[in-house]
Design a protein around this ligand. Structure first.
Ligand SMILES: *Cc1c(COP(=O)(O)O)cnc(C)c1O
Length: 340
């Protein structure tokens, strides 16, 4: 089958692929789940997902390897995180087995849309868990939909890794100190649209969120995690109950320690101590790593490595992780799941 897709110039946009997975929770249990060609969800106007934000999502990718096979990167971690989010919002869990099986079914059914090896593009998967049914009171839904749809997406940086600048948000927080910051829920995103828009209007890629309790420590970079590299070969990343635990971040942390021989530290990252870093980056599934050129805090732009070039450690971490994801570099035990 030949498709009319320009693999080299894909962005991050919705494409309606032939198949998606859907499973319903009713009478206390999940059904078998199945593939469907229907890309529209049918739900009650009273669905709690619509009114009270009882909804969660995930994001992961399927990659084409050099030999033409297709593989997933740590889907068990996405399953575990969705379970944690479900617990926080009183939604029923999806078992890791059902989650991975559903992901595989969607990838296989749409396999013609998994971009070729070497294009930097991949198949993005979007699992969604929502509370449905006729519930208008503030309480958890009795019924739920778990669905996974997919679309081909391009490499985030077409011309290679490029640093961009970010600005610290002092007027808005992403999450409350013990709120839902660690849960992957849409509500966190709705609240981030306004500060994100203001940052972009001022010429920055996005905002840096500080810890909501004291506004003295870095928490997140837009919808990505933060890491910094010191001259002492340390990989430092914030630790806080209001940060979304990024699978990319924990993978980089492990590679930094085990393969690059770095010292890894999860702890406080004071906004007044940016001078300790020689490189910095934002990380997440979408871009893997977005190098941070500089951070604007009040009236000062602190530049790390360079505003125009990516630092050597950031590049090595990126190459190692991407190499593992596309199958060019041997993965740590259990990180790769083949779709056959
Ligand atoms: C999904 C997400 C990330 C990145 O997580 P990955 O598992 O690396 O994709 C970081 N921050 C927020 C707020 C997120 O929602």
């Amino acid at each position: 089958m030949t498709l009319d897709i320009d693999w080299d110039n894909l962005g991050f946009e919705y494409h309606k692929l032939p198949y998606r997975y859907i499973s319903y929770f009713k009478d206390g249990k999940w059904d078998q789940g199945q593939l469907t060609e229907d890309a529209t969800l049918h739900l009650s106007e009273a669905a709690p997902a619509l009114h009270y934000g009882q909804q969660a999502f995930e994001g992961l990718k399927a990659y084409r390897t050099k030999d033409g096979s297709i593989q997933l990167f740590r889907p068990d971690c996405n399953a575990a995180r969705l379970q944690a989010t479900a617990d926080r919002l009183l939604m029923p869990q999806i078992s890791t087995e059902q989650f991975i099986e559903a992901v595989k079914q969607v990838v296989k059914a749409n396999q013609d849309y998994v971009p070729p090896y070497g294009t930097g593009a991949s198949l993005y998967l979007r699992p969604l868990l929502i509370g449905i049914g006729d519930v208008i009171g503030v309480r958890p839904a009795d019924e739920y939909i778990f669905t996974i749809f997919a679309m081909p997406v391009g490499a985030y940086f077409k011309g290679g890794l490029m640093p961009t600048n970010f600005i610290v948000s002092e007027d808005y927080d992403r999450a409350a100190p013990f709120g839902t910051g660690a849960a992957k829920v849409g509500g966190n995103y709705a609240g981030s649209l306004l500060p994100g828009k203001a940052a972009k209007a001022s010429g920055f890629s996005d905002v840096i969120y500080l810890d909501p309790a004291t506004h003295t420590k870095i928490e997140e970079v837009g919808a990505a995690n933060f890491f910094g590299i010191t001259a002492n070969n340390e990989f430092i990343t914030p630790l806080s109950p209001s940060i979304l635990p990024s699978i990319t971040k924990y993978s980089l942390l492990e590679l930094a320690e085990k393969r690059l021989g770095m010292t890894v530290i999860e702890g406080d990252v004071p906004i007044n101590d940016l001078g300790q870093f020689v490189e910095a980056g934002a990380c997440g599934t979408a871009a893997v790593i977005s190098p941070i050129g500089g951070i604007q805090y009040r009236n000062h732009l602190h530049v790390f490595y360079s505003e125009t070039e990516v630092g050597p450690v950031t590049r090595r971490l990126y190459d190692e992780l991407v190499g593992i994801q596309v199958g060019d570099i041997e993965a740590p035990e259990g990180w790769i799941v083949k779709v056959d």
